[in-house]
Design a protein around this ligand. Structure first.
Ligand SMILES: Cc1cc2nc3c(=O)[nH]c(=O)nc-3n(C[C@H](O)[C@H](O)[C@H](O)COP(=O)(O)OP(=O)(O)OC[C@H]3O[C@@H](n4cnc5c(N)ncnc54)[C@H](O)[C@@H]3O)c2cc1C
Length: 303
């Protein structure tokens, strides 16, 4: 479990004191407030706060005084319309603040999403915990032979055992050295901001990450996708489940149009039209490059 008993007690204490409020409350999100969802071996995602619900999106789209809801089906239809037509600002009316504990190499991918507000645990001020991400055996895979940015077959036997040993030994040795450099036992002790530099990228860090719903969807579309690295995808999938509970209509529209939908180039549309007219279009006469054809064919489940 990524939380200590003391941290768990703090969370339970926070959950034990609900406050009456006039603000919009999303019942599905209330159950997630403060609750830690474990991700990977020592990571977590928990919701610290949120603003808005499905209704806040339609309210903003209509710029209405009250709830502005004509009917539930109208709201759902309007949200689908907004998503379909990339009318994004109503989705920016909802916000969420997460507490995330994640390996540093995942944080490096995550921080590329510039449209969030971030505050990270300071390893200049505090001492990092002895917590390192060690992949589960089924994630310990070889370099893919078809995708330069991906994994292939799972390592097995002696090779898998050796890799796991190396990962664990390197982590423990570098942390032992980190502690030795910090130690003031008979020495001055190196500053924390310097001592951390020998720590490997699988050590865990933590941050608060606040983002609006439009940019959260953008993050989830890229990072819950099968092309994203497994480790960041593991976080994105938990956040998808939380978002589904928070704004069910908006999430359903996102799932349909963004996660489940596809984007075609002009050439792709032309090929579909030729096919619908009865023509046999092949890779050779399609006008697409090899890579484009492979991706186009994959949409329809062809090889
Ligand atoms: C599968 C995958 C592989 C990747 N591989 C690499 C890689 O090899 N190397 C690498 O460096 N990165 C890589 N990335 C990161 C990727 O290029 C983006 O940096 C990252 O996904 C963040 O996307 P974003 O800029 O759209 O998001 P955000 O920063 O959240 O921005 C959202 C949108 O806001 C707008 N925006 C935000 N800031 C600016 C700005 N300053 N100027 C103009 N427009 C802005 C853009 O329209 C942007 O799309 C990869 C990402 C994925 C998902």
């Amino acid at each position: 479990m990524p939380l200590t008993p003391e941290q768990q007690a703090e969370i339970e204490e926070q959950r034990a004191h609900p406050q009456p409020t006039l603000r919009a409350v999303a019942p599905g999100m209330e159950k997630h407030l403060y609750t830690a969802h474990q991700v990977l071996d020592h990571g977590l995602v928990r919701v610290i706060d949120y603003m808005g619900d499905d209704n806040a999106i339609t309210q903003a789209a209509r710029v209405s005084y009250g709830r502005g809801t004509k009917s539930v089906s109208n709201d759902e239809g309007l949200i689908r319309y907004l998503m379909r037509h990339w009318h994004s600002t109503p989705f920016e009316m909802c916000e969420v603040k997460f507490h995330v504990k994640l390996p540093v190499f995942v944080a490096r991918q995550w921080i590329r999403h510039r449209t969030a507000n971030v505050n990270e645990y300071s390893a200049r001020y505090s001492i990092l915990d002895r917590e390192f991400y060690i992949p589960a055996p089924e994630q310990l895979a070889a370099q893919s032979t078809v995708n330069n940015q991906g994994r292939g077959a799972v390592l097995e036997g002696a090779e898998a055992a050796r890799v796991l040993d190396l990962l664990r030994e390197d982590a423990m040795r570098s942390y032992d050295n980190y502690e030795q450099m910090l130690s003031q036992d008979g020495q001055q002790g190196l500053a924390r901001e310097l001592a951390r530099m020998n720590l490997p990228a699988n050590i865990y860090t933590q941050w608060y990450w606040k983002v609006d719903l439009h940019n959260l969807f953008h993050f989830l579309r890229l990072r819950a996708d099968a092309h994203a690295q497994f480790e960041i995808r593991a976080f994105a999938e938990v956040m998808c489940a939380i978002t589904r509970d928070w704004v069910p209509y908006a999430y359903a529209a996102f799932e349909d149009y963004r996660l489940g939908g596809t984007q075609l180039s002009g050439k792709g549309v032309a090929i579909l039209k030729r096919r619908l007219a009865g023509e046999t279009v092949t890779a050779e006469n399609s006008g697409l490059s090899k890579g484009e054809w492979r991706e186009f064919a994959a949409i329809w489940g062809e090889n």
